[in-house]
Design a protein around this ligand. Structure first.
Ligand code: ADP
Length: 596
């Protein structure tokens, strides 16, 4: 049902209700008024008739029907009432409704209730059906007396039909009023609701067009009432929405131009790993088809590492980063970062092609390797000559010997430096072919003690070795791992004051992923420790906490960098924990070999 029909029906309802109530009230009021008027009229008529009859009636007890009925009829002509003259014995001598024989035949009227009341109270009024005329009448009777002697009764009567006719007239009037009221209610309903319905209809049309994407439409505001205010607010709202949309589209254009012109590939995937967006760089890097949207990443691009990285980010709900070779990019290397989008609605994959950077790194590493090679030969020669000079008999002066010692020390240091640089360069370039074989770390003990026993004794350091034979094997290049141990233990000795303690232990660290468990080796010292700000940097080549001290100790600043690269080549990792003045623990971890 429309608002218009609802309102019109309510108006009609109100009109009908009011008219009905009014009808009820008027009926009862009119009935009362008419009844009073009839009574008044009957009273007046009766009094006049009595006076008339008193004058006109002959002074006798026996009247002539003819004479009296003639008198009564004459009197009755003037009014609309029925007049009856009843003798004191109840004989009806005259009646406006009866003549001749029928008048004579009228029976004794003394028993009529109105006559009885008149005898008792001086007047009598009743409402009843006339036995003579069979119609409903209201009777009013007054006794007529002359000189204190009753001569009869004059009775006036009026048919009740008069009231009923008046009432039915009033009902008819009410019916006309109801019809007219309803017609007016309909017209008024249509006119008044038009002012409400029209703007609402317009509002509905505009909201439909807004829902369809058209936001510039406005509603015309014609009044300042509540509806007008609503329409004004609606227009304000559409203005704001339009502005927001404009801002968003400007922002979108900006973002789109950034994304389109980026060298990095940007890919959006939803929670079901289906691609929802890829910028041109990503399309190019991953060789995506034009209809990539909605397709699963793995379906289009079978790069297991990428899928694994996505799973990692999904599982940890955090940023995942890895360097991945994307086959589509002619064997190029890429840094891939996967970031979960807020509210876990998907992931942003950023692919950064680092082939060029890696190429530069390779060039640099090659350069260092070459330089080292070039340096090594003359240095070895210097070293040889100096050693010969030192051991020869011709020691002319102490000073000469001192020089030679210095030459030797420096050349030794240079040699170590160059060896380390060379080693590092070879590890980085991947030129070193790993001679991996399963081995127990517990078997390194003797070899290590051979190297360090004299130094340990000299500095009164205790080395505790706690790598049990039962620990699983690891697949390593034994020689390279010997170097890892040597570099780490050498540092522990160098940076632990005399009398300290070095503890080497190992345990198994279960990983929560499906990959193999890790064997973790701990090299703990009670030395000087490494300040927090240096802890993340000590694996950089040539980084030293205290350069002067480190040099004095004979270090090259490359020991930890070499250890790190050896571990990286073995798919392992290395890290440390340290407290200044308390000591340092270096950890390195490697995947263990399955028991069989
Ligand atoms: P270096 O040849 O100078 O020892 P490394 O790469 O082996 O070079 O170590 C880098 C720096 O890390 C050292 O110069 C030293 O400052 C710090 N360092 C390494 N191991 C320890 C340790 N066990 N305790 C304290 N500091 C250490």
């Amino acid at each position: 049902m429309t608002i218009r029909t609802q309102l019109t029906l309510s108006y009609i309802g109100i009109v009908l209700l009011v008219l009905f109530a009014m009808g009820l009230f008027l009926s009862s009021a009119l009935r009362g008024v008419l009844s009073d008027r009839i009574t008044d009229e009957l009273e007046v008529q009766a009094a006049l008739t009595r006076e008339f009859l008193l004058v006109e009636l002959p002074e006798t007890d026996r009247f002539s029907h003819k004479l009296i009925d003639g008198l009564v009829d004459r009197l009755g002509e003037t009014g609309k009432v029925r007049l009856t003259f009843i003798g004191k014995d109840g004989t009806v001598w005259g009646d406006t409704e009866r003549d001749g024989v029928s008048l004579i035949e009228m029976n004794d009227h003394l028993s009529r209730p109105e006559v009885q009341k008149a005898i008792m109270h001086g007047y009598g009024m009743t409402e009843r059906e006339s036995a003579t005329t069979q119609t409903e009448y209201r009777y009013f009777t007054l006794p007529i007396e002359r000189d204190g002697e009753s001569i009869g009764f004059c009775r006036v009567a009026m048919p009740m039909e008069t009231i009923n006719t008046a009432l039915s007239n009033q009902r008819r009037m009410l019916l006309y009023a109801t019809i007219a009221g309803s017609v007016l209610a309909i017209i008024f309903g249509i006119l008044s609701t038009g002012a409400i319905v029209k703007p609402i209809r317009r509002l509905t049309q505009i909201t439909q067009s807004i829902a369809a994407g058209e936001t510039t439409s406005k509603v015309e505001v014609k009044s300042n009432n509540e509806l007008g205010q609503l329409l004004k607010n609606f227009n304000l709202m559409t203005d704001r929405v339009q502005k927001q949309i404009d801002n968003i589209s400007v922002e979108n254009q900006r973002l789109e131009s950034i994304l389109n012109n980026m060298n990095e590939g940007v890919l959006l995937v939803n929670n079901a790993s289906e691609m929802t967006y890829a910028n041109p760089a990503a399309i190019d890097m991953l060789n995506l088809p034009a209809m990539y949207a909605g397709k699963a990443l793995i379906e289009i691009n079978r790069i297991p590492e990428l899928q694994a990285l996505l799973s990692e980010s999904e599982q940890t709900s955090s940023v995942a980063f890895a360097e991945i070779r994307l086959a589509n990019l002619q064997e190029s290397e890429s840094e891939v970062t996967i970031v979960p989008v807020a509210a876990k609605s998907g992931y942003v994959i950023v692919i950064h092609d680092v082939s060029h950077v890696r190429q530069l790194e390779r060039i640099r590493a090659d350069f260092v390797a070459n330089v080292s090679h070039e340096l090594r030969t003359p240095l070895t020669t210097i070293q040889g000559y100096a050693e010969t000079l030192l051991s020869s008999e011709s020691k002319k002066s102490k000073k000469r010997k001192d020089f030679i010692v210095k030459i030797l020390n420096h050349s030794n240091r240079l040699s170590r430096l160059v060896s380390d640089l060379l080693e590092l360069a070879r590890l980085e370039s991947g030129d070193v072919e790993l001679k991996v074989a399963p081995c127990h770390f517990s078997t390194f003990y003797e070899q290590i003690m051979d190297v360090f026993e004299p130094v340990l004794e000299e500095s009164e350091l205790v080395l505790k070795w706690d790598i049990p034979d039962e620990l699983p094997q690891v697949n390593v290049d034994r020689q390279l791992f010997m170097q890892v141990f040597v570099n780490l233990i050498d540092n522990a000795i160098k940076y632990t004051p005399d009398g300290g303690e070095i503890e080497i232990s190992a345990n198994i660290h279960p990983t929560n992923t499906e990959s193999a468990d890790e064997l973790v080796v701990h090299i703990k010292d009670s030395g000087i420790g490494i300040p927090l700000e240096s802890q993340s940097r000590v694996f950089e080549r040539f980084y030293r906490v205290d350069t002067g001290r480190a040099r004095k100790m004979g270090g090259t600043g490359l020991g930890l960098a070499i250890a790190k690269h050896i571990l990286l080549r073995h798919n392992g990792r290395i890290w440390l924990e340290s407290e200044l003045g308390q000591g340092t623990v270096f950890y390195f971890a490697l995947p263990v070999l399955p028991a069989d």
